[in-house]
Write a protein that binds this ligand. Structure first.
Ligand code: ATP
Length: 238
């Protein structure tokens, strides 16, 4: 069937003042997929996620969810459409407890769903142990877990993840990626921005490569992993 993708970015042009950060990019994510968005620093990856989640309005082009245009809808409204965003740098509420942070993630509902809380504590037992701890005193890895858990409390159909491995030790990165795999297997679609191209492509079904605001490659994750250009540019092989 020609079912519309869950998310489609169509000919997106995004500007910061006179700087064109996205120069007409196209990207789609189908229900159930894990899609990796790769690219060097400053390529426009965060801008792409922020546009998809309504934090930035494109000057031209469209953001479509299940074939419906949603660009122009504010980000706090888009949560209602089932988009969860785990921003770069995690951005937990530092002075609130773990539990309060998780409750904040459910703000679109009258009250948090206890089943979602159970799910988050099952995925991240560490958060359950530390539910009363002030979030600002958590380790970097724990804060990343909390940021993901908080987004899950909003029952997202699509989770946008901006560099979940940033600044974390390899062991923690492995844990986070294992949990992302589990989250996807439980039915949540993922769009993942990553510097860690190798790990991202191992988890993903498909990938895109962004270079200074333009999409230069896309394909099945296995093909990208095997591509000599990708290996040289993003996997540190020369
Ligand atoms: P990184 O991995 O370093 O976060 P990125 O691929 O996510 O990079 P973006 O953060 O999307 O890239 O930035 C894309 C371009 O837009 C960069 O040239 C950046 O300097 C510019 N840019 C981003 N945010 C702003 C802003 N608020 N004002 C002006 N320019 C910006």
């Amino acid at each position: 069937g020609a079912e519309a993708p869950l998310l489609e970015l169509r000919d997106l042009h995004v500007f910061y003042g006179a700087i064109e950060a996205l120069k007409g990019i196209n990207l789609s994510v189908r229900t159930g997929e894990v899609v990796a968005l790769l690219g060097a620093n400053g390529a426009g990856k965060s801008t792409t996620l922020q546009t998809a989640s309504g934090m930035i309005a494109p000057r031209q082009g469209g953001v479509l969810l299940h074939g419906e245009r949603v660009d122009g809808i504010a980000s706090h409204e888009l949560v209602r459409f089932g988009i969860g965003h785990v921003p770069e740098g995690r951005r937990v509420f530092a002075r609130m407890s773990v539990l309060e942070n998780l409750h904040m993630g459910a703000y679109r509902f009258k009250r948090p769903d206890p089943r979602d809380l159970e799910r988050v504590f099952h995925l991240f037992p560490r958060l359950a142990e530390r539910r009363k701890q002030v979030a600002g005193t958590l380790s970097g890895g724990e804060q990343q877990m909390l940021a993901i858990g908080r987004a899950l409390m909003g029952k997202p159909e699509l989770l946008l993840l901006d560099e979940p491995s940033m600044g974390l030790a390899p062991l923690i990165v492995q844990q986070i990626f294992d949990i992302l795999k589990e989250i996807n297997e439980q039915g949540t679609t993922l769009l993942l921005v990553e510097q860690n191209a190798s790990r991202a492509l191992q988890l993903a079904n498909r990938g895109y490569v962004l270079e200074t605001g333009e999409m230069v490659m896309e394909g099945p994750a296995g093909e990208l992993l095997a591509d000599p250009r990708i290996r040289a540019a993003y996997l540190g092989e020369h």
